[in-house]
Design a protein around this ligand. Structure first.
Ligand SMILES: Nc1ncnc2c1ncn2[C@@H]1O[C@H](COP(=O)(O)OP(=O)(O)OP(=O)(O)O)[C@@H](O)[C@H]1O
Ligand SMILES: [Mg+2]
Length: 425
């Protein structure tokens, strides 16, 4: 079979871009409490007073970025009515920036015209902050709000999260009120912020909890009405959407919502499932999206997510997983830590990696359990024997195997004979 001709589809999607990550819906639903908190924290701005600094946190996919974008858009619109305030908003995604210095340099460049940009390295750090303060002072506005999304990337080097929120108090910036809004999905980052940063950045903290299945269902219905042919949604007084569709079988949305709620309560994951289910129906030239499409989509989305997370693990954690994988092959799983450690040591030596202590591997196992890759059970050996823990995979072992094999360093651990043994898991 050669190439198939491209042909525009389809009877399924009216506008699939609605299901993609960057799409901004007309109306933000299911986040009333958080929006109220957010808008109320920005009230001082509209009253012409110095802004509060805010910290938004919550797991991935729960609407932090979207909410922030929509609140800022609204602020930009509404401030037109107030003569005495003029707010400038700068948004920066810090994902690829790993120091306070880089954040500061990127902010400076956002204020400067294209032909007057600074280089991203090479200035003493005191100087870079002064340049930033000068830009802020020179703005012809009353307030500047700086939104720093995915701020956890800067790790321990959090100087800027002290300097910027304190810019007015420390008289570094005198002509413009400066407010910072930090956003993060990393709970360890939040806990590890230094005391002085917590004090200055977190005037107000807004927590975005995971969505439950009902909330996810509503979010999906709102999108489905725009994304699919012959589908419409009406919003009832109590905020619940009712869907009518020729394309989606009745179970489709509740099932996507239930899978995503079980998984992590992320709207992103729920939308991915619905999009993938639509994709599968289109590929199969089906007239409707069915429950079976959703089940298949769920497996694919889950697999992609786990693989992505596995790929990002540090080598030591991968070697620990490899230790358990061997035990799984030998039918020795669930296994005690000491057994896993033995296998780990052999594997680490084979690829010339540092051999860490038993204690470190214990921490690795706890982390892997927290991340949902492993399951731990406590075994009691009777009244005198004490208790110990046993570990096993809570994801399919074959999935772990595939990802480890793709790792540059670990790939040599996989000989030809091991290639097929785990496929049945
Ligand atoms: N309440 C909501 N209504 C409609 N769509 C939503 C809602 N919450 C989230 N979404 C959608 O889910 C996806 C993820 O949302 P968003 O990017 O805001 O998450 P986030 O909390 O910033 O996640 P991360 O921590 O990974 O950056 C986006 O496509 C967004 O449009
Ligand atoms: Mg985000």
């Amino acid at each position: 079979m050669g190439l198939e001709p491209f042909s525009p589809d389809s009877t399924i999607f009216r506008d699939e871009s609605v299901l993609r990550d960057g799409y901004q819906p007309q109306r933000l639903i299911e986040r009333d409490t958080e929006l109220e908190q957010y808008q109320s924290a920005l009230k001082p701005v509209i009253n012409g007073a110095p802004p509060k600094n805010l910290f938004l946190y919550g797991q991935t996919g729960v609407g932090k970025t979207l909410s922030s974008r929509m609140v800022m858009d609204r602020l930009a619109e509404d401030q037109e009515e107030f003569d005495s305030v003029e707010v400038h908003v700068v948004s920066l995604n810090c994902k690829s920036l790993n120091s306070s210095y880089q954040v500061a340099a990127n902010l400076i460049n956002q204020f400067r015209p294209a032909d007057d940009q600074i280089k991203p390295t090479g200035y003493p750090s005191g100087m870079i902050y002064n340049m930033l303060f000068e830009e802020l002072d020179a703005l012809d506005v009353t307030h500047c709000l700086i939104v720093l999304d995915e701020i956890d990337s800067i790790g321990n080097d959090d100087d800027i999260l002290y300097k910027l929120p304190r810019a007015n108090d420390n008289n570094n910036v005198e002509n413009t009120f400066v407010g910072v809004i930090g956003i993060s999905n990393d709970f360890t980052f939040r806990d590890s912020l230094s005391a002085r940063v917590k004090d200055s950045l977190c005037d107000e903290e807004i927590h975005f909890p995971p969505y439950d299945a009902n909330e996810l269902g509503n979010i999906l219905k709102q999108r489905a009405a725009e994304a699919f042919h012959d589908t419409s949604a009406t919003r009832r007084d109590d905020g619940v959407y009712e869907l009518e569709s020729e394309i989606l079988e009745d179970d489709v949305i509740p099932l996507c919502a239930a899978f995503a709620a079980q998984d992590s309560g992320s709207a992103r994951q729920a939308l991915k499932r619905l999009y993938k289910a639509g994709d599968l129906a289109r590929d199969k030239e089906a007239e409707q999206i069915t429950e079976a499409h959703v089940r298949e989509a769920d497996e694919i989305v889950e697999r992609d997510k786990v693989r992505e997370e596995l790929t990002r693990l540090p080598t030591q954690s991968k070697l620990t997983l490899y230790g358990l994988l061997l035990l799984e092959q030998e039918n020795e799983a669930p296994a005690k830590r000491s057994k896993i450690y033995e296998r780990y040591v052999t594997a680490a030596k084979r690829i010339d990696a540092d051999v860490r202590t038993d204690r470190t591997i214990h921490d690795c196992l706890s982390q892997l359990t927290l991340k949902g890759f492993l399951e731990v059970t406590e075994q009691n050996k009777g009244p005198k024997g004490g208790s110990y823990y046993e570990y096993e995979f809570s994801i399919r072992a074959s999935l772990a195997q595939e990802s480890l094999r793709e790792d540059d360093r670990l790939s040599e651990l996989f000989g030809e004979s091991e290639t097929t043994t785990l496929d049945s898991f």
